[in-house]
Design a protein around this ligand. Structure first.
Ligand code: GLU
Ligand code: ZN
Length: 295
């Protein structure tokens, strides 16, 4: 690997504050980038204003700072990137690779989340419709650095998926692919909840002629009862005065055993220890980890 060319990123969504699971993802992407002298970018994925929690963007930046993270270059906000998304969407639509869908939620409710293709050949106009990407009847696969081989049949397991919603907001799948390529991201390190989005992203990269980054999906931290952190229930912001102990806990979660001499270290010292000792092969090869199982 040409280590100087490594470009990683952390891409939080301001639909809530950072929680312990986001800390684990941020830490993994930061250490993986910095351990090989790479660049670590920060991108605010603020493309869904109705779901944005007021103050979350500022709180996320503050938390990252108080936990000792320093990003390279300017923060990118996806809300400033609509023109780029629109250009790609128009191209996909005019090439017939994407189409407008006017189906109601009710019409789709019996289809288990896999779009049955009702509007595929209807030729609806874009206005007041969702835009879906036509998927091929093919299996996409990739080798994740932690989770191993992952495969998904786009036709059978996903179906034609939305790239712009009916309310004209762009979908995560489209924005993430465009921006990772635009920012030159070589390595995507994120939570394993996005493992099953990756084949959709691989297909978009292929369609748009974009390079495919390497992927590393860290275990998703779940509540003891199996629920996801943060999204379903509103977790409070990570406390600034708990930065050091929570960083130690996050390092342990990632299989990096912090020596006990560091139990009183400050965030910066913990991060620099983490950079010097980073070993991605120690990350547990699991999709989820319950918070209670952690020390
Ligand atoms: N914004 C996404 C999230 O917070 C992460 C996107 C990504 O890392 O690809 O879940
Ligand atoms: Zn439809």
């Amino acid at each position: 690997m040409n280590t100087s060319a490594y470009i990683g990123r952390f891409a939080p969504t301001p639909s809530g504050y950072l929680h312990f699971g986001s800390l684990v993802a941020a830490l993994a992407s930061y250490l993986d980038a910095k351990a090989c002298g790479g660049t670590w970018l920060l991108r605010m994925e603020d493309i869904d204003p109705p779901r944005e929690v007021p103050g979350a963007q500022t709180a996320i930046l503050k938390t990252l700072e108080s936990y000792g993270f320093e990003w390279d270059g300017e923060l990118v906000r996806q809300s400033q990137r609509y023109a780029a998304y629109a250009a790609v969407l128009d191209r996909l639509f005019s090439q017939g690779l994407a189409y407008a869908c006017t189906c109601s939620r009710k019409q789709l409710e019996d289809h288990h989340g896999i779009y049955p293709g009702f509007c595929r050949n209807a030729g609806h106009a874009q206005h007041a419709a969702a835009i879906r990407l036509r998927v091929p009847e093919l299996e996409y696969h990739f080798a994740d650095r932690v989770q191993g081989e992952f495969r998904q049949h786009l036709g059978r397991e996903v179906g034609d998926f939305v790239i712009r919603r009916r309310d004209e907001l762009y979908a995560y799948q489209l924005a993430v692919v465009i921006d990772d390529a635009w920012q030159g991201v070589t390595d995507v390190v994120r939570g394993a909840d996005l493992l099953d989005s990756t084949p959709r992203q691989l297909y978009l990269q292929e369609l748009l002629g974009l390079p495919q980054p390497r992927y590393l999906h860290v275990p998703l931290i779940i509540q003891p009862d199996g629920h996801k952190l943060g999204k379903s229930y509103r977790s409070p912001p990570l406390p600034a005065d708990q930065a050091a102990p929570l960083l130690i806990r996050a390092l342990h979660t990632l299989g990096q055993s912090v020596p006990s001499e560091l139990s009183d270290a400050r965030p910066h010292e913990l991060l620099s220890w983490g950079i010097r000792h980073w070993d991605a092969s120690r990350i547990p090869r699991r999709r989820t980890l319950a918070e209670a199982q952690l020390r």
